[in-house]
Design a protein around this ligand. Structure first.
Ligand code: PLP
Length: 409
């Protein structure tokens, strides 16, 4: 090349949640029966789309308007619906202009971080849903700036750690919160959310809050949506979508809601730059926006969601009851989403080689994959576990953390 064209190296953006699928598929060809506990796709994991939902989508497919472009922000009807849902929660009030649809939150995340000045940093949790931490790191061509989620305190954010980052790093401009959280399954109570808002207000920071799992809580827990605690001072971007809740991950439909945009002219310009970037793409998928209000207002929707959440509660509590008794593993009961993170204490990690692998070809394949010098020990463990038992989980170290362990879905 005439000149250096690389913003980041090929190996630097690494999405282990999907990388491990290739490994699992390789092993399947060698006869291993794989249980896919690595990915948060309810449909891929066997959940059925109810007939009434398919009927609504089929009806929209028959309407000519579903085939047109929408305004760049999204269909007005969908944006009005989303704004009304947020306003009903009784906190900050927004209108359709404060809502922008994206092709899934993955698209929103890359634009929200991609259009931040490289020297402006958003502190992200550790462990962190990789799309956020990678997008934040990539925009700055640096390592992510992280605050601790404490496994010894229900995976709640360590507020002191957040305050220290702000104090000693003048580049920090915002904080990312994921509530309910991926990969820990933690749900933060209102006082934790209020404390984060207060820190932002005191230090003139904005908030990005990913609430894609907001309506997916259990064990008697409810999440405190940002709109109900933010008040009218702190500018924020709240992210929601339908991939998990509806669930319709293949729709590629998510949106951002902008709160208190006019508190800060620079923040308002930043949001406008995200919208301008979206214009290059014209708009997001319109079919899911067309059906969003129809599906969510269908009388069966709350029943459908409640039944699914009951199932997650049951599965999560079974997983917790088993894993909490494994010596050398630290786990917390989860209260939301469908992930649990288990942390290895010293010792257990090194037992990977004692896991029995009957098939020599499978053993050789795995050994080849984890033989490099820079392989994290938990990745080694997870690959051996896959080869030995067919259980496919994700190494915790791939979620922007120094902790060793795994995330199970
Ligand atoms: N945010 C969180 C916390 C997630 O867990 C996921 C997917 O796993 C996403 C965003 C991406 O969602 P989407 O399917 O809308 O791109």
């Amino acid at each position: 090349m005439r000149t250096d064209i690389l913003h980041i190296g090929a190996g630097e953006l690494n999405y282990e949640i999907r990388n491990i699928v290739c490994v699992g598929e390789k092993l399947q060809k060698l006869g291993v029966q794989v249980n896919w506990e690595n990915i948060g796709d309810p449909i891929a994991k066997g959940e059925q789309v109810p007939d009434w939902m398919k009927e609504i989508v089929a009806e929209a497919v028959r309407e000519d308007t579903s085939y047109a472009y929408s305004p760049t922000k999204g269909l007005l009807s969908a944006r009005e619906y989303v704004a009304a849902c947020t306003n009903r929660m009784g906190g900050v009030q927004i209108d359709a202009d404060d809502v922008i649809f994206f092709n899934g939150l993955g698209d929103a995340i890359s634009k929200v971080f991609g259009f931040l000045k490289p020297t402006a940093r958003v502190i992200v949790p550790t462990p962190s849903y990789t799309t956020h931490s990678s997008a934040e790191a990539a925009h700055a061509s640096d390592q992510p700036v992280t605050y601790i989620l404490d496994p010894n305190h229900l995976w709640y954010p360590d507020l002191e750690d957040i305050e220290n980052h702000i104090k000693y790093n003048p580049a920090v401009a915002g904080i990312l919160v994921i509530n309910p959280d991926n990969p820990t399954g933690a749900v933060y109570p209102a006082d934790v959310m209020r404390a984060i808002v207060e820190i932002c207000e005191k230090n003139d920071l904005f908030i990005i809050c990913d609430e894609i799992y907001q309506n997916m809580t259990y064990n008697g827990t409810v999440s405190a949506p940002l709109c109900t605690v933010i008040g009218d001072k702190v500018p924020a971007i709240c992210m929601r979508g339908i991939s998990k809740e509806m669930p319709w991950p293949g729709s590629r439909c998510g949106w951002i809601e902008v709160y208190n945009r006019h508190r800060d002219p620079m923040f308002a310009t930043y949001v406008q730059s995200i919208l301008n970037a979206k214009m290059l793409e014209v708009c997001s998928t319109t079919l899911p926006q067309t059906v969003l209000p129809r599906i969510k207002e269908h009388p069966m929707y709350p029943v459908h969601l409640k039944n699914r959440i009951k199932r997650y509660e049951r599965y999560s509590n079974i997983a917790y009851d088993i894993l909490k008794n494994v010596k050398g593993l630290l786990v917390n009961r989860t209260n939301g989403a469908f992930y649990m993170s288990a942390v290895f204490e010293e010792g257990l990690l090194n037992h990977h080689q004692t896991l029995p692998i009957g098939n020599d070809e499978v053993r050789e394949t795995i050994e080849r994959l984890v033989s490099g010098p820079n392989i994290q020990p938990d990745k080694r463990f997870v690959y051996y576990l896959l080869a030995s038992t067919g259980i496919c989980v994700v190494p915790l170290s791939s979620f922007a953390t120094d902790l060793q362990g795994f995330r199970i879905t």
